[in-house]
Ligand binder design. Sequence first.
Ligand code: SAH
Ligand code: SF4
Ligand code: F3S
Length: 452
Amino acid sequence: MSSVFEGTTFCIHTFGCQMNKHDSERVSGMLEGLGSLPVETIEEADLVVFMTCCVREAADTRLYGQVASMKNIPLREGSPLGKRYSAVGGCIGQRDGEKLLKALPHLDVVFGTHNLGSLPGLLRRAIERHDRASEVLEAGEAFSSDLPTAREHTWAAWLPITVGCNNFCSYCIVPYVRGREKSRKLEDIAQEARGYVEAGVKEITLLGQNVNSYGRDLYGEPRFVDVLDAVDATGIERLRFATSHPKDLTDEVIERFGTLRSLMPALHLPVQSGSNRILEAMNRRYTRERYLSLIEKLRAVRPDIALSTDIIVGFPGETEADFMETYRLVEEVGYSQVFTFIYSKREGTPAAEMEDDTPREVIQDRFDRLVDLVQRKAFEANQAELGAVVDVLVEGTSKRDGAILAGKSPKNQTVHAPIPSGIDAAALIGSTVPVRIEEARTWYLSGTVVDA
Ligand code: SAH
Ligand code: SF4
Ligand code: F3S
């Protein structure tokens, strides 16, 4: 089937979460395998793939405009296809299917979250038979990990351990577009991890909407801790995971932060709200007190652990008192990073039916106050690093200055340091260097390499 793709170019625009980014690596792997060449921009591309997200309205409305405006971009010189072909996949593809083809007359292909592997066939049909096609499955092809991949970085890999979600938080569209939770076999995960280690990968991030419930469908009980142990045993240098639902975070997993060599001292633990009334309306199934007790346990095991979280401001019915509970929780925990979102109504979710009469300005004001606090706390957390020597996994050079290396600390902080003289920046990528921290800003640290 490779012939139609030979000599073509493609670009992928990815929105949304790491699951989508990982899926894009698979799409890239498939298209490259068929002889198409990856390029950065739509101008240079014969094939354009949008991997979309509908978790919030903003990401959603933008897509239609972007696809529509593509028709104004001239085809590159020398394109073997005579026309630019476009495809929409990911969560909007899954949700809207055929509707997208109707709304966007220049769009050629729609595919969903369960059938990434169908994309080359659908594109080929469009190219050879001028047949616009949409294919969306309700559930299906178990894991995109069985498809070829073109990883974004040679030193880091995302490894999905579950797909889908069973939690149905009342505001969230994800369970409707990613389907029910399905776990991959432990042996398959370990095998993929071993392959990465052999290929020189330094950091593995285990992926799932709720990694803590891993294995419930396969083994009748959650066995996430076994995944952690198995991947650690491969000899990987750094191990991370996302996302963790507080209701399923077990003492055993917490304990691994103190015992597993490769498990990095950083945890993303979305709280969403600090008010018990709102947590209940969100169907999160934990209380503020239980969440705080998890934080306490984590810090007892690993006092330096860096915590990050997600918060939704302006959930239907949120009062000033509810918001202040969230505010005080953020103050108390002292997160290194908080992803703050204004509630966005998603059709088809239970929260979309709830009475929602808080004025927009009131919500914006709460949001701004929270962002100020988050920045102050992140700045404070980073000050504690001054003078410390941290191991930095080098990712490349700073966007603003090619003579400065950029990488991540074990706590996932961005660290900058001048490249030591006589050392080739490219050779440093993927290696770990010790950096003494001399400056601490809100969103990054900088210092000097002490011993490259
Ligand atoms: N499975 C993960 C990530 C879900 S989406 C988890 O449970 O944490 C990432 C974040 O987007 C969520 O944590 C939530 O904070 C936010 N989000 C989801 N739906 C939203 C909505 N309707 N409005 C605003 N933010 C939302
Ligand atoms: Fe959405 Fe909740 Fe599932 Fe996360 S756990 S994906 S917020 S339903
Ligand atoms: Fe968005 Fe889909 Fe991820 S809706 S957050 S891309 S699962």
